[in-house]
Structure formats: C-alpha cells, structure tokens
Design a protein around this ligand. Sequence first.
Ligand SMILES: [Zn+2]
Length: 218
Amino acid sequence: MSHIHSHPPEDMLLGYTSGKLQDGFNMVLGCHINMCPTCRESLHLHQEIGGEMICTQTPTGMNTSAQATLDMLRKECEPSPKVIASPSNHNPSGIPFPLSSHLGEKIEKLKWQKLAPGLKQHVLDLPGQALARLIWIGKGVSVPSHGHNGDELTLVLSGGYYDGEQSFTKGDLQWADHASPHQPIAMDDGPCLTLAVTDAPIVFQNILPKLLQPFFKI
Ligand SMILES: [Zn+2]
C-alpha cells in the first residue's frame, strides 16, 4: 500500500491528461504519477473515459481535417492490448524516470547554486514560463518564509519536510497558491530533496531573500 497521502487536485490531473499544462508543471506531475499508484489509476480512468468519448460520440460541424483526425483516432478504438500508462519505473537512484531522463546525469553531478547555509537549488532547463528546480534542504533547515504570485507545486523526492501542521514525505505533492504563505522545514532525520515548479516569482517576507531574489531566479 502506498504511503503517499498528498496528491494533485483532479483538475490539474485532467490538465496533465489533456496536455494543457506548461512543461515545468508537466515534469512535476509526471514524476508524481510515476511514484504514485493512486494517481496512475486516476490517469488510466481519464484516458479510458477520453478514449470512450472519441469512439462513441459524433460531434457536428467539424471541418475536414478534424474529421480525418477523429476517423484516425476511431481506428485506434478497435480492440488492442491494453496500454499501461506510466508504470512505476524509478531508476536505481530512486529518481522518477521523467526527471532522470531529462537530467541525463546523477543528481550529485549537477551544478548546484547555494542559496543559504543548508539550502541549494538546480534550475531545470525546460521551455516555457514555469520554472522548475530541484531544491536540496539540509536536515532541520527552514526555507525562508514566502507567499506566491501564482501556483507552486512541490514534490518530495527524498526525505521530508513540515509545513505548519502538515508533513510531506517521499512522493507527496504539495500545491500552494497565492493565498497561502508558508515556511517548509526539513525533517530532522536527514536532508530533503524536492522538485518544485512556480509560474510566477515567489514573495519573500524578509528583506535578505528579497534582495537575493533576482540573482537566483526565484
Ligand atoms: Zn498521487
């Protein structure tokens, strides 16, 4: 049984299924789904429902190319072996496949940018406005208190952290929007590695991180 208790909201999962998310959010969602049997099951269900609609409904007023695409998709509705989407396929380092295949090398060999004592980041090279980064937090270290201008999605890759009365461990996904200023603190039993994505600059409460913000793209 999975120990993961924090999942993406349903509409975000639907956005992932329909390919409507920005690349950074896709990366984080893809990694969570890779680690989470519950969300893999939901994804399956979405894909089956989407496929069923294509196979059985006939929309009116379609142009020729849309009709041709629908015909092609319907051909694919003919019985075929069931495709299992996103099987759990962590590589030996424990990093989910969408991330490990993007990085191309081991986490330890990446170039890390030090943000503060016990806190460092590696920004992923992905297209689009959303910024995805790996964040390493030393054991017991606090991330500076901050709010958001947009959405922030954080996936725990290893270790864990507290945020107020909540706790997040490996595989958990935390969604924070502009209404929720917060201050994650890594658990005391070891460092915490997260993959986080934001679609707008975050809002620091203290002056020092505010001053450093432009240098670190945060
Ligand atoms: Zn999940």
